[in-house]
Design a protein around this ligand. Structure first.
Ligand SMILES: [Zn+2]
Length: 344
């Protein structure tokens, strides 16, 4: 049976390229339908301008699909917020995400990731877009990956809504080391990965890959694609098991954490990667003299836990009081069995 999403229709075994139109804005939609019946995976990219790891991998992902054997359908929205995307050349548009006073298009720059699942009768384009995408695709998808970009000092991570088991399983299946499990309270309530699980039971992950920039590096594009392929395996759309790292860490937003800060000016030197499991006493970082590189400060883990972020936030030449790293004592450390070798 042909698959139709947001008005774009593909026959089994075919890819259809089309667009969904809201007011006079055309938003690209790609429907890649496997020859066999199966789940629907939605790839939602570039809600925010300058956040393109998902967009960058859609082409290579589509090129690598084998639709003759694929079960189910991949629906890709490579450039969701296209009016904003094509108008910005800021290297980092974070500061403008929440602007709501744009006279063009009824406040298109109001942050769309604060209004899910959207409302059909609001004047703002973003509200109506969120509502249309939710009804036409996202609420009925078996899984949604919502690709974004984060700060340089954050690890690449998958965000999931605490207490929603299908979203947590999806996050672990991405193969990312860092998982950010976010509670209901005290967070942006209108984020897609918070609202859709609550309202429709949809499994949704926020995928954050540093850094936010107009450009996506080749290794990040490959990582973004690997995440989608792992999730296709998790959903049974293609053969095989997701490739998982030896250790994954589930961080809990708003839980207790230690912030390590520089006491003196110096050069920050790190001994742990972003998202690492550490034991009490493990060396995390040093601040070294700019003059002779001698050690001015040693910062060790105050407890067993997970390193949630490794700075420096601004510059490797740190100033007194600047953040070096954060450590979460309550992080869950998951150790994965090594992959089984298939015998032939
Ligand atoms: Zn974003």
């Amino acid at each position: 049976m042909a698959k139709s999403f947001l008005g774009v229709r593909a026959k089994p075994g075919q890819v259809a390229y089309g667009s969904f139109t809201l007011d006079d804005v055309h938003i690209p939609v790609v429907v890649a339908a496997g020859a066999k019946e199966g789940p629907t995976l939605a790839l939602h990219c570039a809600q925010h301008a300058t956040e393109y790891p998902g967009s960058a991998m859609i082409g290579p992902l589509l090129a690598g699909l084998d639709l003759a054997t694929q079960r189910g359908t991949v629906v890709a929205l490579p450039l969701v917020n296209i009016p904003y995307v094509v108008r910005t050349r800021l290297p980092n548009a974070y500061a403008r995400q929440d602007r709501s006073n744009d006279p063009i298009r009824n406040g298109v720059e109001f942050n769309i990731n604060r209004v899910w699942p959207g409302q059909p009768d609001r004047p703002e384009w973003n509200h109506r877009l969120a509502h249309a995408l939710t009804g036409g695709l996202l609420k009925d998808a078996d899984a949604v990956l919502d690709y974004h970009s984060c700060r340089m000092c954050d690890p690449d991570f998958a965000g999931c809504s605490k207490g929603h088991a299908p979203s947590r399983a999806l996050a672990l299946a991405t193969g990312l080391v860092a998982i950010d499990e976010v509670p209901e309270e005290g967070h942006f309530p209108g984020q897609m990965y918070r609202r859709l699980p609550i309202e429709f039971g949809t499994a949704v992950n926020l995928i954050e890959m540093a850094p936010t920039s107009l450009k996506t590096q080749f290794d990040k594009m490959q990582q973004a694609r690997r995440i989608a392929v792992n999730v296709m395996k998790h959903l049974g759309m293609i053969a095989g098991q997701p490739e998982l790292p030896p250790v994954q860490i589930v961080f809990h937003r708003l839980s207790e954490q230690y912030t390590l800060t520089a006491g003196e000016m110096g050069f920050a030197t790190f001994y742990q990667p972003e998202a690492a499991a550490v034991r009490k006493g493990d060396l995390i970082c040093e601040v070294r003299s700019l003059k002779d590189f001698s050690v001015l400060e040693r910062h060790v883990a105050a407890c067993d836990g997970g390193v949630a972020s490794v700075g420096p936030v601004e510059s490797h030449v740190v100033l007194p009081g600047e953040e070096l790293a954060t450590l979460q004592p309550g992080a869950e450390i998951i150790r994965n069995a090594p992959p089984r070798r298939s015998r032939r």
